[in-house]
Design a protein around this ligand. Structure first.
Ligand SMILES: Nc1ncnc2c1ncn2[C@@H]1O[C@H](COP(=O)(O)OP(=O)(O)OP(=O)(O)O)[C@@H](O)[C@H]1O
Ligand SMILES: [Mg+2]
Length: 312
């Protein structure tokens, strides 16, 4: 029972609006866990409860076996957090920011000096320690926020959309840092609305939307559960309307839509068997099929599908 994070029946209402229903989720030690969901899913709400910034309306959250609401200081002692885009006073330098954070944590001067250098190195800000933060790019500020979260050598890092608002290079830099922390064996709980980011960085994930847990598992498990249903069929020449209607009527085909240039988007209702039957029917009909491929990965399709279902 000393898992880094255990949530039991965790929920939050804002007035009559339920932002988070009743979340049960356990994050095992050493995992880099992606907390995936679209805008408004309830990710930040969950993270704010975990870090004691807001109180839950129901349920419990425990960090390393310690209840967050009852003993917040103890529960958060081994935890580093980056919540939303942090603001720093522009006239401060990273070393000053870290010194302030270190004093709050009760660190000695010697420990602070050693750790400051180490964390700035981890986030690739060596050499920037005494520059003013207001000269920093957004990506550098975000990396400084990660450095601050790492100062007291936490066993668990909780990151709320750490790459949000960064340009592609900034995103890649933050992802690389998360990957290096993962290699050090730290437990990471990271929210994101980007499936690609979660599959790149994390080894397990939960998908939430409208305050509900929809799926969870290791990425391998999720990939196995996912079955591609949306395909692109490419033909030598555009199909005529009759041919399109004919494809739409094949067994297992939910819809067939012309996307131009001889490309038809086909939504199937079954797995690989249906896929095989549809391909073979098209080929037998003599239509000049040159390619038949899934649109994106099966996991991407599952993500979009799940989100669509809960929206209805
Ligand atoms: N203080 C508040 N008062 C009322 N409603 C709120 C409050 N905070 C959040 N909400 C609502 O709760 C829902 C969940 O919000 P939350 O911030 O947890 O989503 P999120 O998954 O972090 O989304 P995003 O990707 O946009 O950051 C949203 O519909 C939001 O509008
Ligand atoms: Mg959020």
């Amino acid at each position: 029972m000393t898992e880094p994070i255990v949530m039991k029946g965790l929920g939050k209402d804002y007035g009559t609006f339920t932002a988070l229903g009743s979340l049960d989720l356990t994050i095992p030690a050493g995992t880099c866990f992606g907390f995936l969901g679209p805008n408004g899913a309830g990710k930040s709400t969950t993270i704010k409860i975990l870090t004691n910034l807001i109180r839950p309306s129901r349920g419990q959250a425990a960090l390393f076996g310690v209840d967050v609401q009852r003993k917040p200081t103890q529960a958060l002692r081994k935890v580093g957090t980056v919540i939303e885009t942090p603001e720093f006073y522009g006239y401060l330098s990273p070393l000053e920011v870290l010194a302030y954070a270190g004093r709050l944590r009760g660190m000695s001067k010697a420990a602070l000096a050693a750790r400051s250098e180490a964390v700035l190195k981890t986030v690739k800000l060596t050499g920037w320690g005494d520059k003013r933060v207001d000269t920093f790019s957004k990506g550098m500020k975000q990396r400084l926020a990660v450095a601050q979260a790492l100062l007291h050598e936490p066993d668990l890092l909780i990151l709320d959309e750490p790459t949000s608002g960064l340009d592609p290079r900034g995103m890649a830099e933050v992802r690389d840092i998360v990957k290096s922390l993962k290699r050090e064996g730290r437990t990471i709980f990271m929210s994101s609305h980007l499936l690609g980011e979660v599959t790149e960085v994390c080894d397990a994930a939960a998908l939430i939307d409208h305050g509900k847990l929809l799926l969870q598992g290791t990425l391998d498990e999720l990939a196995k559960r996912a079955e591609a249903t949306l395909f692109q069929a490419v033909f030598l020449a555009p199909l005529n309307p009759d041919e399109l209607v004919w494809i739409g009527g094949l067994p297992g085909v939910k819809s067939a839509t012309d996307s131009g240039n001889g490309v038809v988007e086909i939504h199937l209702s079954g797995g690989p068997e249906v896929q095989a039957a549809v391909i073979s029917a098209i080929v037998r009909s003599g239509l000049p099929l040159t390619a038949f491929r899934p649109v994106g990965t099966a996991l991407e399709q599952l993500y979009l599908e799940q989100i669509k279902e809960t929206a209805q």
